[in-house]
Design a protein around this ligand. Structure first.
Ligand code: THU
Length: 135
């Protein structure tokens, strides 16, 4: 699976986005260590705060199918600059694979590459909880 193909999967996932309130459609495609791809899109709600972002939808889809280790995520949105994942999604991505690559793309084909660690330095994780190595 090339990163180009992963971005294509995110473009396809974006077509399913349910974003009647913001009009901002986002698609995500998560590449698991075993090569499987799990997708997600943002799903909004009339009670706005119950909206889920595309990235978290993709992670929950993958984890529900038994995948927990990821190599990369592609995120596709529209706009002049490819959208960067929100703080909540960064935390959810870091839970499973802080080293994963993050490919942010827009519908014009521009791509910005980073990693979860770079986007969320010093993230909170299980090590800080009681019983972990740092407790
Ligand atoms: N959104 C995502 O799906 N991913 C992001 O990285 C940023 C924001 C969604 C949430 C909401 O449905 C819409 O974009 C506008 O915030």
């Amino acid at each position: 699976m090339t990163y180009e193909k992963l971005i294509e999967a995110a473009i396809t996932a974006r077509e399913k986005a349910y974003a009647p309130y913001s009009g901002f459609k986002v698609g995500a495609a998560l590449l698991a260590e075993d090569g499987q791809v799990y997708t997600g899109c943002n799903v909004e709600n009339a009670s706005y705060s119950h909206t889920i972002c595309a990235e978290r939808a993709a992670v929950f889809n993958a984890v529900s199918a038994g995948a927990r280790n990821f190599k990369a995520i592609a995120i596709v949105s529209e706009g002049e600059i490819p959208a960067s994942p929100c703080g909540g999604c960064r935390q959810v991505l870091a839970e499973f694979s802080p080293g994963m690559r993050v490919l942010m793309a827009n519908t014009k084909g521009q791509v910005v590459a980073s990693t979860v660690r770079e986007l969320l330095p010093l993230h909170f994780d299980a090590n800080f909880l009681k019983g972990g190595p740092n407790a």
